[in-house]
Write a protein that binds this ligand. Structure first.
Ligand SMILES: Nc1ncnc2c1ncn2[C@@H]1O[C@H](COP(=O)(O)OP(=O)(O)O)[C@@H](O)[C@H]1O
Ligand SMILES: [Mg+2]
Length: 148
């Protein structure tokens, strides 16, 4: 696995999201999971929003902090659902059960993005993509990822 670190503006974030979306293809027997690490304000939701745009999702993608989960329907691309989860208020992987986590993981057509994955570590599959965001300055973030 190759880890890459790069500096990002909101504009290059959008480009990276398009590139990432172009590279993701559904697995044969399970969902695709993307774990988004980073402090408050690091740009996790901004990444999720950019990825949603890349899949032609026009909805206003906002942080699902209070509802925990939001589900979008991509207008293009190979996935039939983009599921955005914010685990900020969750204490353990067990808390994902109410969302039907096991079923969500079983559908290859699901693309699942998880903010604060460290809170639900045990639920994150070992083959999940891992992306870390860090604040650099007002307009810049650094991103470390294992996007192939
Ligand atoms: N290069 C950048 N990448 C991501 N977000 C950025 C960038 N520059 C500015 N921002 C802004 O920083 C904020 C990041 O907030 P958000 O994505 O909600 O963070 P998090 O979900 O990690 O708490 C947004 O208001 C976004 O517009
Ligand atoms: Mg967020």
């Amino acid at each position: 696995m190759i880890m890459r670190k790069q500096s990002l503006t909101l504009e290059t974030l959008a480009k990276l999201a398009v590139e990432f979306a172009g590279h993701l293809s559904p697995k044969k027997d399970r969902a695709t999971v993307v774990a988004l690490f980073g402090d408050l304000g690091a740009g996790k939701t901004a990444f999720a929003k950019a990825l949603a745009r890349a899949y032609g999702i026009e909805d206003d993608v906002t942080s699902p902090t209070f509802v925990i989960e939001k589900i979008y329907t991509p207008a293009k691309g190979p996935f039939s659902r983009l599921i955005h989860i914010d685990a900020y208020r969750l204490n353990s992987a067990h808390d994902l059960e109410v969302l039907g986590w096991d079923e969500l993981l079983q559908a290859p057509s699901n693309l699942i993005l998880v903010e604060w994955p460290e809170n639900v570590e045990r639920a994150i599959p070992s083959d999940a993509y891992r992306i870390s965001l860090e604040y650099v300055d007002e307009h810049t973030r650094s991103i470390t990822h294992d996007l192939k």
